[in-house]
Design a protein around this ligand. Structure first.
Ligand SMILES: NC(=O)c1ccc[n+]([C@@H]2O[C@H](COP(=O)([O-])OP(=O)(O)OC[C@H]3O[C@@H](n4cnc5c(N)ncnc54)[C@H](OP(=O)(O)O)[C@@H]3O)[C@@H](O)[C@H]2O)c1
Length: 247
């Protein structure tokens, strides 16, 4: 087997300017893929990701879109059609969490959490479905919080649980073209959104047998497997990567 199983493929990674998405983009590039590094606010981060990938001898380009806005997703795909001109792998990594008491939930919270975590991936895969070749890959992101909901995180849990439902349906629809669709369900991981919540980090460390949280590169490794030819018969599944934490 080649050590560059993704050679000749192009992968779109959303949120590739920081956190887990950045590690995924770098890993898929190391595995031979050219990369579309999407970002929303992290322009400098995405440009850094692109520069590091170019230094590996791979092609990479950055595109900005607020994925909660369908028109921006459509515009991004028009850009992808022009350069690099194809897409084989979609990694729906972008996501935002929230925590608030039920009584305090605002319309803005609802629009943001469902817009970015749920509708964004829907808009992206709706566009990608028109372009992915037979044997393509879609990798969605849920959260262990959807499996073990925390008080105050109901919006985030529900938005991520909806993704798992999308995965099961899309796998059956796109499976006719041997496009696989799977969900990665990370537990607490750094670098990533956990870094903004030291109190949560300590909680998850205490609930994990190894006494630590996950590393973004460990999630990237799972994504690389799902993107690879080896995973051609793995579809419609949700894979929990949380070091056997019981929360
Ligand atoms: N880290 C964890 O502990 C953990 C645990 C479970 C699940 N997850 C999931 O793993 C994925 C990556 O999380 P992370 O930890 O890397 O998070 P992060 O470091 O907070 O990064 C969030 C990413 O989402 C992107 N994003 C935010 N708003 C966006 C918008 N409107 N449109 C498009 N993209 C937007 C950001 O891009 P910009 O910076 O460019 O705005 C950024 O790349 C998420 O789906 C998250 O829910 C993470």
């Amino acid at each position: 087997m080649t050590d560059q199983p993704l050679s000749g493929k192009v992968a779109l990674v959303t949120g590739a300017g920081r956190g887990i998405g950045r590690e995924i983009a770098l890993r898929l590039a190391r595995d031979g893929a050219d990369i579309v590094a999407h970002y929303a606010a992290s322009k400098a981060g995405a440009e850094q990701t692109v520069a590091e990938i170019a230094a590996m001898g791979r092609k990479a380009v950055a595109y900005r879109a607020d994925i909660a806005q369908r028109s921006e997703v459509v515009a991004m795909f028009a850009g992808i059609d022009a350069n690099p001109g194809r897409i084989d792998i979609v990694v729906n990594n972008s996501g935002v969490s929230s925590s608030s008491a039920l009584a305090d939930v605002t319309d803005e919270d609802i629009a943001q959490i469902f817009g970015i975590n749920t509708f964004g991936p829907l808009y992206i895969v709706s566009e990608a479905a028109k372009r992915l070749p037979n044997g393509g890959r879609v990798i969605n992101f849920s959260s262990s919080v959807a499996k073990y909901p925390l008080a105050g995180a109901g919006l985030y849990s529900a938005a991520k649980k909806a993704i798992e439902s999308f995965t099961e349906s899309w796998a059956r629809e796109l499976g006719r073209r041997e496009i696989t669709v799977n969900t990665v369900i990370p537990g607490a991981v750094s670098p990533g959104m956990m870094d903004a919540s030291p109190e949560y980090r300590g909680y998850f460390e205490s609930k994990t047998p190894a006494g630590r949280i996950g590393r973004a590169e460990e999630i990237a490794g799972l994504v690389a497997f799902l993107a690879s030819p080896q995973a051609s018969w793995v579809s419609g599944t949700h894979i929990l990567a949380n070091g056997a934490a019981d929360t």
